[in-house]
Design a protein around this ligand. Sequence first.
Ligand code: IMP
Ligand code: MG
Length: 182
Amino acid sequence: MSEKIETYISAEALQKRVRQLGEEITKDYAGNDKNLLLIAILKGSVVFLSDLMRNIDCQLAIDFMVTSSYGSDTVSSGNVKIVKDLDVNVSKYDLLIVEDILDSGKTLSKVIEILKTRQPKSLKVCALLDKPERRQAPVELDYRGFEIPDEFVVGYGLDYDERYRNLPYIGNLFLSPEQNDK
Ligand code: IMP
Ligand code: MG
């Protein structure tokens, strides 16, 4: 197997940025009138969520959603389906969707559309990584960790074929020519 990974965002840089995002979110949701619910879309967002929530210093709850899109692994088809829905009724909550990476935007725009119909108190979106060049469906980000070019990255929750999620940093994945041809 000839795959190579080069560090793109170090573990230290990630921790620093996640701390800043947590501080920003804390400021925005600190009031007594706020009732924050973090919604993570599995599986890629688990590492980011678990670090981010520990850097948010206000009352919050968490919940999870699983979506699937039909089509190939690395390209979102846009045909997004909810495989596991939230456990809670969102009408009393200020929702903050926590995503690992915003790519074509197809997944997030669909999830946002679905959640809006449930009439939450408010709805904002936080993504650790943003690849604006890849956007096909518009999504307004309220909190963005890093803007990155159109390159495939792994680590810190992000996978290639379910691997590399456990890397503490974000890396560029380089595949051997044979694999690229597949
Ligand atoms: P989209 O915005 O609907 O195209 O899909 C976003 C999802 O695609 C993310 O939540 C990731 O699961 C996956 N994804 C997009 N780009 C990458 C990448 O560079 N590495 C790993 N997964 C990615
Ligand atoms: Mg994902």
